[in-house]
Design a protein. Sequence first.
Length: 248
Amino acid sequence: MPVPATPPKRSLAVREMIEERIADGRYPPGMRLDEVALAKEFGVSRTPVRETLIQLSSSGMVDLRPRRGAVVADASPHRICEMFEVMAELEAMCGRLAARRITDQEQADLMKTHHACERARDQGSADAYFIENEAFHQVIYGAAHNAFLAEQAGQLQRRLRPFRRLQLRIRNRVGTSFAEHQAIVDALVAGDGDKAAQALRQHVIVQGERYGDLVASITHMKSVAREPGPSPRPKAPKRPATGRRVRT
């Protein structure tokens, strides 16, 4: 993945690449993330790498430890499921409040992001859908008009970001997600707080089949990432120089 030239986009690209590697197991829990090595790997200076590690530390994906620097935090599938349960309740609360408080402009913004999600779905791009999906949810956080709630929801959303991206790569998930978005939009436009809360809760929570799919996806990605490469061919033993005694 090429890293963009402009500083803001460069930092975002570095963050997305590190998040991806943590989510799929290429950077396993406990691994030390060395600034110099990462900067060399991504072809950037140490500044965007340092900024990314600080951001990932604040979201809980990375631990900053004395004398060790940045280390990948541990997150089991069970722990991820617990975080999704909390995320579902935060989003349900946002939806309930937004149904009562959403403005005409915010409703227009919601429809704009909804149509952008539709285009990404039609293109068959899970990554493009992921970006538009984030914007869709951000509009709902803002429409709740509760700054503290929006802050908490945004923080947990950032923590779950790589796993939400991974979830969208499960077969048929993008199409299902968009259908769920439609139910959310309908409830918000109708001003039905209960329906909006229920639609958002079901949209986010990972349970039953979805939990199994997510665990299987994470497990598969980690096993692929950790598969050893082909073993190097053994080197032939060096032949002793002529006329030189060889100890046995």
